[in-house]
Design a protein around this ligand. Structure first.
Ligand code: NAD
Ligand code: WQD
Length: 341
């Protein structure tokens, strides 16, 4: 895909940086917008260490409408947009809903207002399994109707999909793929890029690797009385590099005009569910270390089981997660050791 120029918003973040690596490996020219609110400029060096070059980088806040307009005046040859930039902490969204509605919804509108001026636009949206809300159906399929989201964060993703769907209905010059991620984990095999949780991580895997490094006394396992095989919650963990590659597949689908409608959506997961204790077992297996943990009360907002039905992504999108849980956990541990030494 030589000489195709792709805008990656939030491209220095966890999933964005791994996607920029895959885009550059595929020969795309990449320009990143990131305000570094949850990432570091050093990620550019990590991307260069892996691919041999840095993307074009513009540091600004997508909430600045004028800067968004100026960007598209200066870059009128963008072939596609992958929109990662957002705030993503579910718990924080409950405390600061307006920050989430502004950062996750208003910025999307500013981007779309520029794209609708172009003859043709291809757009990939970072959505989340949280759009499904709390469901009894397992695994989660795209056929399910979206119920009310469990948090302001999840609602911003639902609203984002509604905005995209309505805009695609009104404007045939916009084609969109919305990707509903389950639980991305791990890091690039080079350990040059990975997850950089600022402050105490909310997510399970970085908390495990930091506990093993002695940063936390022990892991608290939220609930041992869930209706699952070992009483701990089940989630669908997928390697972040597999997730990044799905974006390349979706982008090529749009650029090659293979999409069946101008608004498509796909679950991205491994299609398997693992309990928290199975993730701990995996970590102990790949690291050779015993993990200190204690089973405590449930975390509010959690549900027992959430894993993806990935048939649509496998059969229609033509993507399947390749890595095992052990491979993903090992890459997370390698990354943790790299950044602490
Ligand atoms: P991240 O925080 O690592 O990356 C987001 C990037 O966007 C950061 O580099 C941040 O600095 C940047 N950013 C945020 N607001 C911005 C703004 N207003 N202007 C410019 N840059 C801005 O998060 P991530 O884990 O890479 O997630 C990427 C996307 O995937 C997000 O939309 C998130 O909601 C979604 N998602 C993540 C997960 C997950 O578990 N990580 C799961 C489902 C969906
Ligand atoms: C996984 C499991 C916890 C931490 C979140 C967001 C979701 C999406 C992915 C953005 C759960 C348990 C965790 C800990 C634990 N992000 N756990 N001790 O909750 O499935 O999804 O990240 O879209 O929106 O909600 O992921 O990593 O927080 O938790 O026992 O210290 O690990 O109860 O069962 P989750 P998680």
């Amino acid at each position: 895909m030589l000489n195709r120029k792709i805008l990656v918003t939030g491209g220095l973040g966890y999933i964005g940086s791994h996607t920029v690596v895959e885009l550059q490996n595929e020969g795309f020219d990449v320009v990143v917008i990131d305000d570094l609110s949850n990432s570091s400029i050093a990620v550019l060096d990590g991307i260069e260490a892996i691919t041999g070059k840095q993307p074009i980088f513009e540091q600004f806040d997508l909430r600045d409408k004028q800067k968004v307009q100026d960007f598209f005046k200066n870059h009128n040859n963008i072939d596609g947009v992958i929109h990662f930039a957002a705030s993503k902490a579910v718990g924080e969204s409950v405390v600061k809903p307006l920050l989430y509605y502004e950062n996750n919804v208003v910025t999307l509108i500013y981007l779309l207002q520029e794209l609708e001026k172009k003859n043709k636009s291809h757009f990939i949206f970072s959505s989340s399994r949280t759009v499904y809300g709390r469901l009894d159906d397992k695994p989660m399929s795209e056929n399910l109707s979206l119920k009310s989201a469990e948090s302001p964060y999840g609602n911003t993703k639902k609203i984002g999909e509604d905005i995209l769907k309505d805009t695609c209905m009104a404007k045939q010059n916009l084609s969109v793929v919305s990707l509903r991620y389950f639980n991305p984990i791990g890091a690039h095999s080079s350990s040059m890029i990975g997850e950089l949780p600022l402050g105490e991580p909310q997510n399970l895997v970085p908390y495990i690797t930091q506990t093993a490094m002695g940063i936390h006394k022990e892991l608290k396992v939220f609930g041992g009385d869930w209706p699952t095989k070992d009483g701990t919650c089940i989630r669908d963990y997928l390697h972040v590099v597999d997730l990044a590659k799905a974006h390349i597949t979706a982008l090529k689908r749009l650029l090659n005009g293979e999409n069946e409608s101008n608004f498509e959506y796909f679950n991205l997961g491994s299609g398997k569910g693992n309990t928290v204790l199975e993730v701990i077992d995996s970590f102990e297996r790949v690291s050779g270390r015993k993990l200190k943990y204690q089973i405590v009360g449930r975390r509010s907002g959690d549900d027992a089981i959430a894993y993806a039905d990935t048939n649509k992504a496998n059969e229609v999108l033509g993507w399947k997660a390749e890595s095992t849980l052990d491979e993903a956990i090992k890459s997370a541990w390698d990354w943790e050791q790299k950044i602490r030494n």
